[in-house]
Design a protein around this ligand. Structure first.
Ligand code: ADP
Length: 155
């Protein structure tokens, strides 16, 4: 089984994240979207809600699972039998960060391979940070979020 772990904060999950997962689906048998729980970090959306947003987004496929994790990403991958990490790349800043983390994870994760997908041009400027800022400013964020997430936010 080719299992990939897609780790992130997903605060909240955007169309950019969804696009990375959907484009990676043909490459893997299973993708586990893993919400890193960092106790020193303050999140905008609580963990359970971030999980529910992602579950709602992928109701149409049973190849995607969602889980929160506490430990090192490499250890979580080992627990899950995942040999691949999935991440997205928007620009050079993402690249510099991802390259460093990918090398570290290969060392500590026994050859754990990071698969990086270049963002779709449509979503290149999407980020959870801009979504949070726009929400705080009271403006509509529908265009940045998967349909099911928008529906949940409207409730
Ligand atoms: P983290 O807190 O680990 O950076 P994020 O939730 O911000 O987690 O992002 C998780 C992954 O998704 C990262 O690899 C990030 O580069 C990628 N990503 C975020 N937004 C986009 C986007 N619009 N297009 C492609 N990849 C993206």
């Amino acid at each position: 089984m080719r299992i990939a772990v897609f780790p992130g904060s997903f605060d909240p999950f955007t169309k950019g994240h969804e696009d990375v997962v959907r484009r990676a689906l043909p490459l893997f048998d299973k993708i586990i979207i893993a919400i890193g729980a960092n106790s020193s970090k303050k999140y905008f959306f609580e963990e359970q809600l971030r999980i529910d947003f992602i579950k709602a987004t992928f109701q149409d496929t049973d190849k995607v699972e969602v889980e929160a994790f506490q430990k090192l990403t490499a250890d979580f991958c080992e627990d899950k039998g995942a040999r691949f990490l999935l991440r997205g790349l928007r620009n050079g800043t993402d690249f510099d960060y991802e390259a460093t983390i990918a090398m570290l994870n290969k060392d500590i994760g026994n050859g754990l391979e990071t698969v990086l997908l270049i963002s779709d041009a449509k979503y290149n400027y999407f980020s959870s940070t801009v979504v949070r800022e726009i929400l705080k400013g009271g403006k509509d964020v529908s265009m940045f979020l998967p349909g099911p997430v928008v529906a949940m936010l409207k409730k």
